[in-house]
Design a binder for this molecule. Structure first.
Ligand code: NAP
Ligand code: HSE
Length: 427
């Protein structure tokens, strides 16, 4: 049986995980799938760097031509990260009639139609399972198992680093900065954790997932994004008392031609299936018109879970040879042509503020909410005897813009010392 030669672009966390799996399971994959896969070349920045996974030095190269112009290599697997030079290398591989497998969410989210068109033009495949939620096979499930459905809602925990941080803050009452340091030590968060904690990583993943679920391109520019850096242990504690867990959620909803897509810290009821997703685990909750509610749960990052998705794509690519499936979006040339991207969606809100503890303050704040049509579901005042008091409101569903205006006015009230946080609530 022919050997399928694969060229790797990158040999960091994901690359070494995929390599380990392909090496250790080569016989088993051959036995089960009748495919004999060999890693033929690996592109890295520094060929002399010590590697955590042993690899024969002759496999390493720092010259992309050794892979994209190697006629023996039929599949290129990319896990370098970033847009350039990954985009250029992938386009060159596709032009040279090599199927591409990638874990690169930023590249797919930003340049998907260009890559897909190049794959189609050259009659080769483009696979990206590992780009969303690591080891969870969410792309395959949406593309190949949910075709009977109109998917109208996705809610996901799709960033492991932030879920780890929020879990530790919630369960151990620790503050954000302390837990972030621990997450960095454990290798969950990058030395520069911005993409994770500011919701950028989750935004790329949501752009990909919502686009395939809704069959319409949901560009990153249309996704509202808020990270977890302003969340305090107090917010989480008060939320818990109200029966909520705090998660960084990626949410996308479609109603007719209107799509809303957003990434932000969100309170969800403690009995919601997503509230039980702890530590660095990911989960995606989907609502389809035929299937109803469903949830996929697993490891969203790490060498072996992400390697699992990469190897699965390589095997699928071998099996589909010549009959590739191309993802197209009817709005890919003009994203706003048929779709309206909402910015004024509706949700419930949790608002925590510090106020002067004196008669009439509550009534004034309630009056401002009333002016903007925001209906209060519950109010909690904590503490007695001091000059100031924490005040927590939970609202009924309200529009984003109404809430924004109400908060601006509330901040002008002289007895409101601080609006500490405004957090959306979903059910
Ligand atoms: P990483 O550990 O930083 O590895 C990156 C690899 O790419 C390194 O081997 C590096 O070479 C090589 N590389 C980078 N730029 C290069 C260049 N210009 N020329 C040649 N080689 C270059 O990254 P990672 O964590 O494996 O992530 C890789 C990709 O997978 C990213 O797109 C990421 O978003 C995605 N992803 C990661 C995870 C995860 O759990 N880490 C999960 C899902 C998806 P050197 O080793 O010589 O420096
Ligand atoms: N940094 C990401 C996370 C892993 O924490 O989930 C790569 O997708």
């Amino acid at each position: 049986m022919n050997v399928v030669k694969v060229g790797f672009l990158g040999f960091g966390n994901v690359g070494s995980g995929a390599y380990k799996i392909l090496k250790e399971k080569r016989q088993e994959i051959f036995h089960r799938e009748k495919i004999n896969i060999e890693v033929a070349k690996i592109l890295v920045r520094d060929i002399h760097k010590k590697r955590s996974v042993p690899v024969q030095p002759y496999l390493l190269t720092d010259d992309i031509e050794d892979i994209v112009n190697n006629p023996d290599i039929s599949i290129v697997a990319e896990f370098m990260g970033g847009v350039e030079p990954a985009r250029k290398y992938i386009l060159s591989a596709l032009e040279n009639k090599k199927t591409v497998v990638t874990a690169n969410k930023e590249l797919i989210a930003k340049h998907w139609p260009e890559l897909e068109k190049a794959a189609q033009k050259n009659g080769v495949g483009l696979y990206y399972e590992a780009s969303v939620a690591g080891g969870i096979p969410i792309i395959k499930v949406v593309n190949e198992s949910l075709q009977a459905n109109d998917i109208h809602e996705i809610m996901g925990i799709i960033n492991g680093t932030t879920n780890y941080i929020l879990t530790k803050m919630s369960e151990e009452g620790r503050d954000y900065a302390q837990v972030l340091k621990e997450a960095q030590k454990l290798g969950y968060a990058e030395p520069d954790p911005t993409a994770d904690v500011e919701g950028i990583d989750a935004m790329y993943k949501l752009s990909i997932l919502a686009s395939i679920a809704f069959h319409a391109k949901v560009p990153v520019d249309f996704i509202y994004r808020e990270g977890i850096t302003s969340i305090t242990a107090e917010d989480i504690e008060y939320g818990k008392e109200l029966g909520y867990a705090l998660k960084l959620l990626a949410i996308a909803k479609r109603e007719g031609d209107a799509i809303q897509a957003r990434v932000h810290p969100t309170f969800i009821p403690l009995n919601h299936p997503l509230s039980a997703v702890r530590e660095s685990y990911n989960a995606i909750f989907i609502k389809g018109d035929a299937v109803g509610n469903m949830m996929l749960y697993g490891r969203g990052a790490g060498d072996m879970p992400t390697g699992s998705a990469i190897v699965s794509d390589i095997i699928t690519a071998c099996q589909q040879k010549g009959a590739y499936r191309y993802t197209t979006f009817y709005n890919e040339n003009h994203p706003s042509a048929y779709i309206c991207y909402l910015s004024n969606w509706t949700s419930e809100f949790f608002i925590r503020m510090t106020v002067r503890d004196k008669p009439g303050v509550l009534a004034k704040i309630a009056g401002v909410f009333g002016k903007y049509g925001v209906s209060i579901a519950s109010v909690i005042q904590k503490g007695y005897g001091g000059d100031t008091a924490p005040l927590i409101f939970v609202t009924h569903p309200a529009g984003e813009l109404s809430m924004k205006s109400a908060i601006e006015d509330i901040k002008k009230e002289e007895d409101v010392l601080r609006v500490e946080n405004v957090i959306r609530v979903e059910r």
